[in-house]
Design a protein around this ligand. Structure first.
Ligand code: 5GP
Ligand code: ZN
Length: 113
């Protein structure tokens, strides 16, 4: 996707600090952290929403979840972490290239409705 911010990070067209990279994803620091540690795990393949993911993309996503759990030292996740996918406008999704927020470093409550 030529006009997608996260595709540009994946391709290297736009520079960003890449904390981790493999065949499935890159992991970067969120520019506007909502917790002490806030990373974004970004699939290398572009798709907007979970509901649009192919079977292969869902497999890649499950490999990403497993890999994230093994990167606890690198990402500072030792004392627990939260994974978030914002799906759609009402969830506040602002970048329409699916990504997983990885939040840790403090006790985080749920926001009241
Ligand atoms: P969403 O709101 O779509 O779930 O999450 C998009 C995230 O991307 C936001 O948390 C936002 O702070 C982050 N973000 C937006 N632009 C940039 C950027 O240029 N660099 C980085 N590292 N993060 C970004
Ligand atoms: Zn994209």
């Amino acid at each position: 996707m030529s006009d997608c911010l996260f595709c540009k990070f994946v391709s290297g067209e736009l520079k960003t600090e890449i904390v981790y990279s493999d065949d499935d994803m890159i992991i970067i620091k969120d520019i506007n952290p909502m917790a002490k540690n806030h990373f974004l795990a970004i699939p290398k393949q572009h798709y907007k929403l979970l509901s649009e993911a192919t079977a292969d993309q869902m497999l890649a996503l499950s490999r990403m979840l497993k890999k994230i759990s093994s990167l606890s030292g690198l990402l500072g996740l030792e004392s627990g972490y939260r994974l978030v996918i914002n799906q759609g406008d009402d969830a506040g999704q602002s970048v329409f290239h699916l990504h997983i927020h990885i939040l840790s470093g403090q006790k985080m409550g749920w926001q009241p409705a």
